[in-house]
Ligand binder design. Structure first.
Ligand SMILES: CSC[C@H]1O[C@H](OP(=O)(O)O)[C@H](O)[C@@H]1O
Length: 354
C-alpha cells in the first residue's frame, strides 16, 4: 500500500486482520508500513514513534486492545478478559503525555466489560476500534470547518509539529483547519516550524502539504518570533496532546514559546483538538506528565550525529511543554469552540459530551 496524496495518506489502516502503520520515522524518503498482528507490536510501534500524534496514538491503541482480546480469546477462551490485562497495560505505558491513549483504552475496556465471557470478543472490540477511528475522521472535518471559519481571508498562518493525516485518522486537527481554510481561499501564506528535534514539521507537515499542492514555507523553530514580528502571521494554529481541566495545553516542545511570541506580537493563538484530548482528571498543566526522550534525538539530525562526540555533551529532551490557558485565544473541538478557554469553558465542553 502506498499513500501519495492527502486524501489517501493514512497513518494507520486495518487490513488482512492486522493493523498496518505507516512508519513515520522513514518519511519523507520512504513510505514503509509496519504490520502489527498483536498488542505488543502496537505498543512497541507507539513507543518507537512509528505512529505518533495524539489522536493517531489513541486510534492505534484502540486497535491494539482489539488485538489483545483476539490473542486472549485464542489462548484462554472464557478467561479472555483477565488474560488481556497485561497487553492493555503495555499499551497504556507506551507514551505518557497524549491522553487520547488512556481515553481510547478506557473506552475499549468499558466495551469489553459489556461482553459475555463465553463468546469471542474480537468482532465487538474490532467494531469499537473502527468506531473510534471513524469518529476521529468526522471530528477532523467538523474542527476544520469551525477553525477555518475564524480565519479572515488574506491571512497568514504558522503551525508547529505535525497535526495532519499522519497524526490523526483523517484530515488533521490544526492541519485540518489549515487545509479547510486554504480550500476556502482564506489563506495567503502558510508557514511551518521544522520542529526540532524529531522534525515533524520539516519531514511530515511539509510532505502532507506538498501532496496537497499547498505551498508552505518551512522555518527554523528559532525564527518564529521574528516572523511574527514581521507581520506575516495572523494566526498560530497548533494541536494538543493533553488539555487540563483549567485549559492549560500540553503540546510539542516549542509551543509555549510560540504562544509567548504570539501574545507579544498580537498574533492570535488557536489550539485544535478533539474532546478526547481533554483530561478533566488533570487539574492544570503542572499535573500533565511530560515525556522526555533520549539525548540522541537532540545530538543528531536526519540520522547523522551533529554534536561533538564525548561524555561531556548531553541533552535535555522534553518532547512537550505546557502553554497556560491564558495564552490561548481559542480552543476548537468537534463539540464546539471556546474563546479564552478556562475551567468553566472546559467543563461546558466536557458536559456536552455526556
Ligand atoms: C494532532 S497531533 C497532536 C500532537 O502530537 C504531536 O506529538 P508527537 O509527534 O510527539 O506524537 C505534537 O505534539 C502534535 O501537536
Amino acid at each position: 500500500m502506498t499513500a501519495s496524496s492527502h486524501d489517501t495518506v493514512r497513518a494507520l489502516e486495518w487490513a488482512d486482520e492486522a493493523l498496518y502503520l505507516l512508519d513515520q520515522r522513514r518519511l519523507p524518503e520512504a513510505e514503509a508500513y509496519r504490520c502489527c498482528r498483536d498488542a505488543p507490536a502496537v505498543a512497541a510501534a507507539i513507543a518507537e514513534m512509528v505512529v505518533r500524534g495524539a489522536p493517531a496514538i489513541g486510534i492505534a491503541a484502540a486497535y491494539g486492545a482489539a488485538l489483545a482480546a483476539r490473542t486472549a480469546w485464542r489462548e484462554h477462551g472464557a478467561g479472555w478478559a483477565a488474560a488481556m490485562a497485561d497487553d492493555l497495560e503495555a499499551l497504556r505505558r507506551s507514551r505518557p503525555t497524549a491522553v487520547n491513549l488512556a481515553w481510547a483504552l478506557a473506552r475499549m475496556e468499558a466495551r469489553a466489560a459489556e461482553l459475555p465471557a463465553g463468546e469471542d470478543p474480537t468482532p465487538a472490540l474490532l467494531a469499537e476500534a473502527h468506531a473510534v477511528h471513524a469518529e476521529d475522521v468526522a471530528a477532523n472535518r467538523r474542527m476544520g470547518r469551525s477553525g477555518a471559519g475564524l480565519i479572515q481571508p488574506g491571512s497568514g498562518v504558522l503551525t508547529h509539529c505535525n497535526t495532519g493525516s499522519l497524526a490523526t485518522g483523517g484530515l488533521g486537527t490544526a492541519l485540518g483547519v489549515i487545509r479547510t481554510a486554504w480550500a476556502d481561499g482564506r489563506l495567503e501564506r502558510v508557514f511551518a516550524d521544522e520542529t526540532r528535534p524529531w522534525l515533524q514539521g520539516a519531514r511530515l507537515t511539509a510532505w502532507e502539504l506538498a501532496a496537497d499542492g499547498i505551498p508552505v514555507a518551512l522555518l527554523a523553530d528559532g525564527a518564529a518570533p521574528a516572523l511574527m514580528r514581521s507581520g506575516a502571521v495572523d494566526w498560530v494554529v497548533v494541536g494538543a496532546d493533553r488539555i487540563a481541566a483549567n485549559g492549560d495545553v500540553a503540546n510539542k516542545i516549542g509551543t509555549y514559546g510560540l504562544a509567548l511570541a504570539a501574545r507579544e506580537h498580537e498574533v492570535r493563538f488557536m489550539v485544535v483538538a478533539p474532546a478526547a484530548t481533554i483530561d478533566p482528571q488533570t487539574p492544570d498543566g503542572e499535573a500533565i506528565p511530560i515525556e522526555t526522550r533520549g539525548a540522541e534525538e537532540v545530538l543528531s539530525a536526519g540520522g547523522h550525529r551533529i554534536a561533538p562526540a564525548g561524555e561531556g555533551v548531553g541533552a535535555w529532551n522534553p518532547v512537550f511543554d505546557v502553554t497556560p490557558a491564558g495564552l490561548v485565544d481559542v480552543l476548537v473541538t468537534e463539540r464546539g469552540v471556546v474563546h479564552q478557554p478556562d475551567a468553566e469553558g472546559i467543563a461546558r465542553l466536557v458536559a456536552e459530551g455526556g
